[in-house]
Design a protein around this ligand. Structure first.
Ligand SMILES: Cc1cc2nc3c(=O)[nH]c(=O)nc-3n(C[C@H](O)[C@H](O)[C@H](O)COP(=O)(O)O)c2cc1C
Length: 464
């Protein structure tokens, strides 16, 4: 198994202060568009707080048979393999040298890769902090083979939302860019050759402690990427998918996609329920359920409505002007809603029933026979209009729909936790069977991600 932690060895390491301030704003408030503040009044404290609540280690699990412990992080990841790396550039952040950094998640520190102004070349905004999120696909392919490329894109969507929601909880807005020349950005940031830049996320807002920028000439510091494994297994299909989704130049800006179709369903969702669990607590205790309790324990329609609202709030990214993904629900145990399959129409806050009847066996079967999709209160298929994305963005559209699916997934995870439930992302499903079961023709879209939400069974391996 490749090392899940990348280090740029030999680079100077800057401390991110321990025990950053809590994030007290209600998680649901942030998910529904609210914004908080922070008492962090210098760069180290601010960056520490931001990363502690978006990308840091937050728990561990112990394998009873061997005693082996492994780390879990605030952002979820398929197979816990964590292909996503967080790099960031700063300019004029108080008491923090202008430069380029890599986040060392294993010890919550920043590896200083270079000094100078890296921000101006990464964004057109005047953001003082810009993240470059990269993906190490072979780390994921080790376990999942060619399907890993999708998982890397989902994970990227999760990481993006983990970052920008934490930023919003401390009063900071964001704009993500997916449309950039890949090789130029990779060379500019001198990321290791196995890291592929996928998203650039600019953060700005009055809560960032700033001072006059002092960036002089660029000075590269030592820092060699650690080797993640002695063996490297090539996956030419992944390389070729990635190559065909690359941009050689900026092409004068991203095109606008055709709007998503509008529809209605007749079943009006109630107003969202309120929930006061603080954002910091929700994100640090978020976990994937191993399985759900099943039985007769149901969730309320207000809880479901809240979770769907959180998923439907806008994303701030150059590729996210319109949605490509629609949610289909396998309702098992929701008070006031008959068991069946439903389609979500977010603009009207309505559900449309497509099939009635018990869906537990079907949902589990379609999810590669994973019981958790049948034992949940509700499971989801995310159906993406890949053709519409490709008409606007060419092959790169394939990335964008998966980023969107991962981003929706992250909202589902956090909204479920905030509402007192638990969720699990499900990347393993039978694509064609889902299309047949939901009666989705090729022109209507393709399944890109599954999800389940309910009451979790206890996980005895979990340690705080
Ligand atoms: C894109 C993605 C796909 C996943 N697919 C599955 C899955 O098919 N089955 C499953 O049990 N868990 C799945 N998970 C959950 C991961 O195994 C889990 O996130 C990881 O073990 C880390 O645990 P944590 O979420 O508690 O931090 C998936 C997670 C993500 C982000």
């Amino acid at each position: 198994m490749p090392d899940p932690f990348r280090h740029y060895e030999g680079a100077p390491v800057l401390d991110l202060p321990a025990d950053p301030p809590a994030m007290e704003i209600a998680a649901l408030n942030v998910l529904l568009g609210g914004s908080g503040g922070t008492v962090a009044n210098d760069g180290p404290a601010y960056l520490s707080q931001l990363l502690f609540y978006s990308a840091a280690i937050s728990a561990s699990k112990r394998v009873p048979s061997t005693g082996y412990r492994y780390a879990l992080r605030v952002n979820p990841s398929s197979g816990n393999l964590h292909p996503t790396e967080f790099h960031f550039a700063t300019l004029g952040v108080k008491d923090w040298p202008d430069g380029l950094y890599h986040y060392r998640a294993s010890s919550h520190m920043a590896e200083q890769r270079a000094l100078g102004d890296f921000v101006a070349n990464l964004t057109d905004t005047d953001a003082p902090i810009v993240f470059v999120l990269t993906s190490i696909a072979w780390r994921e392919a080790w376990k999942y083979g060619e399907r890993a490329y999708r998982y890397c894109l989902h994970d990227m969507g999760h990481a993006w939302q983990a970052l920008v929601l934490a930023a919003r909880a401390i009063g900071c807005g964001s704009l993500a860019a997916g449309h950039f020349p890949d090789d130029d950005v990779a060379q500019f940031c001198r990321v290791n050759e196995d890291e592929w830049p996928m998203l650039i996320v600019a953060l700005c807002g009055p809560s960032i402690p700033v001072s006059e920028p002092h960036a002089g000439e660029t000075v590269w510091l030592e820092g060699r990427a650690n080797r993640l494994s002695n063996e490297y297994v090539a996956h030419p299909l992944i390389d070729s998918i990635h190559a065909s989704t690359k941009l050689a130049r900026r092409n004068g800006g991203i095109r606008e996609a055709e709007p998503a179709p509008q529809g209605s369903g007749g079943i009006k969702l109630p107003p969202p329920a309120s929930a006061t669990r603080p954002f910091g607590e929700v994100v640090r205790t978020r976990r994937s359920a191993l399985d759900f309790r099943g039985g007769a324990l149901s969730m309320s329609l207000a809880q479901l409505s809240t979770i769907l609202d959180a998923a439907a709030r806008p994303f701030f990214a150059d590729f996210a002007g319109t949605r490509f993904v629609q949610l289909y629900l396998y309702v098992h145990l929701v008070d006031g809603l008959e068991a069946g399959v439903y389609r979500h129409w977010p603009e009207r806050r309505e559900l449309e029933m497509i099939q009635s009847g018990d869906q537990r066996v079907a949902a589990a079967g379609l999810s590669l026979g994973q019981d958790l999709a049948g034992n949940a209160c509700v499971a989801f298929s995310m159906i993406a209009d890949i053709d519409r994305a490709v008409r606007a963005h060419g092959d790169r559209g394939y990335r964008y729909v998966h980023f969107e699916a991962g981003a929706i997934g992250q909202r589902l995870y956090l909204a479920a936790e905030a509402a007192g439930l638990r969720a699990t992302g499900i990347g393993a499903f039978f694509d064609n069977e889902v299309h047949r079961y939901l009666n989705i023709g090729p022109e209507q879209g393709q399944v890109v991600y599954h999800f389940a939400i309910g009451y979790p069974v206890p996980d005895l391996r979990l340690e705080a």
